[in-house]
Design a protein around this ligand. Sequence first.
Ligand code: AMP
Length: 382
Amino acid sequence: MSGASWVLVLNSGSSSVKYQLLDMATERRLAAGIVERIGEEGGAGDHAEALRRAATDLKERGFGLDSPELAAVGHRVVHGGTRFTRPTLVTDEVLAGIEDLVPLAPLHNPANVTGIKVARELRPDLPQVAVFDTAFHATIPEAAARYAIDTEVADRFGIRRYGFHGTSHAYVSRATAALLGREPADVNVIVLHLGNGASASAVRGGVCVDTSMGLTPLEGLVMGTRSGDVDPAVIFHLERVGGMGTDEIDTLLNKRSGLLGLCGANDMREIGRRMGEGDAAAQTAFEVYVHRLRRYVGAFTAVLGRVDAVAFTAGVGENSAAVRAAAMADLEGLGMVVDPVRNAVRSSAARLVSPDGSRVAVAVVPTDEELEIARDTYALAR
Ligand code: AMP
């Protein structure tokens, strides 16, 4: 076994490639970057070119990917279906399996597959590891994973709740236990991953038992541009009465809804500014967002029975004291309290925002999906 300890983490999206190089001997981040606007003017032509640009950038910073220090490449893969429930060493068969799942994630899995193929060509000698966004949710019991539709139809088309952001929910639920000085197996945590995409999960003793996202990342919380939960009949109505086509509705619900659809802005900072100016639409957007969040906190409290901690993470969760305060307001009855002074502190460290001695710890726990992917990759590659 060699002493190589670098892991390259690649997150290949439909129009961007994010990359991070970590030294797993110290878990230190060596370099990070993003190539955006793939396929657009001024951007990289395709994913292969994007990856070459990333490699050139890393080389210029002194981290050539031809280095013997590089141990493995870890890939974020959005959909693992029911087949991939843990990090997996990429083989031709695994790659074909990920391609088979494209119908479940038509926007994401093709980009992930391309990223893997290009990285394999770049360093055919290295282990490539796929880390699935759905994997942490594979433990969700049937009662929570099944939609109440005809079982035969559901099974024929792979329709069930898979959940996403799993890497983040796994990392944050463990980091929350560490913050409390307890073992993951001893704590029940509600994780609220509030970024541009947003999802909640209920984690019992380190095992995920429910999550807000479903067949796709569209279900659940109000997000930057996604609606989250709607009555499915909204879609029939838009078709029959609105004359809209399937793709048009897909775009409406995924790209032009959520905070953006409600008030014209999808960034919580902008919404805060507009609320300060008395903008009624921004105020409504904030209230719809918080109301949905509270519904899930309540639901997952019932799912878990006993809650030890609520953890806020990702862009909004880590930075918006206003969202945290509103989400937890008047929940003393559930043991959830936010201390206004603690909540106002800005920090990049994991921290408690509830008063000492609270029945439920309310915490801000910065997520680190790249580190989690690098850990999974390094563990498997060795
Ligand atoms: P993420 O997807 O985790 O990168 O989160 C991105 C989102 O975080 C942005 O769209 C903003 O809405 C939100 N965000 C980032 N910084 C702040 C901040 N200081 N206050 C409120 N929201 C923020």
